[in-house]
Write a protein that binds this ligand. Structure first.
Ligand code: HAM
Length: 409
């Protein structure tokens, strides 16, 4: 977990503002759900066999014996789906487009690009099952990456089938891997029977080599899944979003059906190269005990996006204050406060009422990078006068307190 200090936070804010803008342009509404959810919701949604819903889950100590077991959310999708149903968001017509920005928690091993508290720009569409929705989402993600200035991003796409074609493919996959068990990484050996798709995601050299001859899901899709993948591809082509079908792309969470995708940093072979990812989850609502509702979405990791940004997004960061009111010793602090309040009609301003000499206050004003200082000496208060100094040109002029906002034009 880390602090985002002010110098860095300004950049985060620009990235977030562009997320709000791009999402709004695609008709998405903002939603905020609690960072705490019931353990059952997350385990059913993300899947206990996945890392994020299993060993990496932060569990809260129950407050009383009767407490519902609670966890810190490892991702947003299950909570957004819950909120969609509990808030009857589909009642006004579907699809419903929702986005959010917020913290997620996963108790993973600390390593480059992985944090235990991290932030996602998360986007979901509920109520429509077409590939057109998937393509529109991906286009939104693509536009946002361009808007924040991130270049060299690749998009990998796959379909992992649905309940009518995936079971037969999983059987083929198990049949392929069973005779090779001794050559698998121990975690993969354990996963073979229960979640064989995860074997395709293993980064161990031995498992990567075996994957090259594994059956490909894209050769075993049912007609509906194949059609949906073709539609997504065609729409992405039309939108000018370059992509590559990777028949071995699978995702770390259990709820996906059909389309899955990842935005990846080019020329980056590391396990942490995914900037974001998502896909379709048509079975999730029913798995959580709600009415059957198709859904699709993605999440981008803000830490990884920001770490990969070149240079400054919007020029040099601005100093927090434009103007400081400096009062001489003996001047009541209310005079400084009043003048600062007037200045705030136009610029960011504060008063320095510390018991220091005017000279010392001038030095710190100059270090703070303010554009103006307003000086109030002991003799100025009665006549409500001040001296406004332009710190860039060095020019100084005398005015009434009331004239200050206008002078700052
Ligand atoms: P995910 O692939 O688990 O998907 O996470 C999405 C992104 O969050 C990753 O690509 C990465 O950038 C970032 N991320 C994940 N874990 C960490 C970490 N420990 N430290 C830093 N960044 C991290 C999901 O979370 C799905 N809920 C996406 C989705 C939405 N699918 C459908 N709708």
């Amino acid at each position: 977990m880390r602090d985002i200090l002010p110098a860095e936070r300004a950049r985060w804010r620009q990235v977030e503002e562009r997320a709000h803008h791009c999402a709004a342009r695609h008709g998405f509404e903002e939603i905020e759900t609690p960072i705490i959810e019931s353990a059952m919701l997350i385990e059913r949604g993300v899947g206990e066999s996945s890392d994020a819903g299993g060993k990496e889950l932060y569990r809260l100590q129950p407050m009383t014996e009767a407490s519902v077991p609670l966890v810190l959310r490892p991702e947003a999708t299950a909570g957004v789906v819950r909120a969609y149903h509990e808030g009857h968001l589909g009642a006004g017509g579907v699809p419903v487009r929702l986005y959010s920005l917020g913290s997620m928690f996963r108790h993973d091993r600390p390593q480059a690009g992985r944090y235990r508290q991290f932030h996602q720009f998360n986007v979901e569409v509920l109520g429509e099952g077409s590939g057109a929705i998937d393509a529109d989402l991906i286009e939104l993600g693509w536009e946002w990456l361009a808007a924040v200035g991130l270049e060299g991003v690749g998009l990998e796409l796959n379909s992992i089938g649905d309940e009518s074609c995936r079971p037969a493919y999983l059987d083929l996959l198990r049949a392929y891997y069973r005779p090779l068990q001794d050559r698998l990484h121990p975690d993969c050996r354990r996963r073979l029977e229960e979640s064989p798709l995860r074997l395709l995601d293993c980064k161990e050299a031995g498992c990567v080599a075996l994957k090259a001859r594994a059956p490909r899901i894209t050769d075993h899709l049912c007609a509906d899944c194949a059609r949906s993948l073709a539609e997504v591809r065609e729409l992405l082509q039309g939108a000018g979003v370059p992509h590559r079908v990777n028949p071995y792309l699978v995702r770390g969470l259990d709820y996906y059906t059909r389309t899955v995708f990842e935005f990846q940093r080019d020329n980056d072979e590391g396990a942490q190269s995914a900037l974001g990812g998502g896909g379709r989850y048509d079975g999730l609502s029913a798995a959580l005990g709600f009415a059957d509702t198709p859904g699709s979405g993605f999440a981008m990791g803000l830490e990884r996006i920001i770490a990969n940004l070149p240079g400054e997004l919007g020029g040099e960061p601005r100093p927090p204050l434009d103007l400081l009111v400096l009062i001489e010793e003996g001047v009541v602090s209310s005079a400084g406060a009043e003048v600062a309040r007037r200045a705030r009609q136009r610029v960011a301003a504060a008063a320095d009422a510390s018991p220091r000499s005017l000279k010392a206050k001038m030095r710190s004003a100059s270090r703070a990078g303010v554009r103006w200082v307003a000086l109030i000496a002991a003799g100025d208060v009665e006549g409500r006068r001040l001296r406004l100094r332009d710190m860039v040109s060095g020019e100084q002029r005398e005015l009434d307190w009331d004239q200050l906002p206008e002078a700052l034009g």
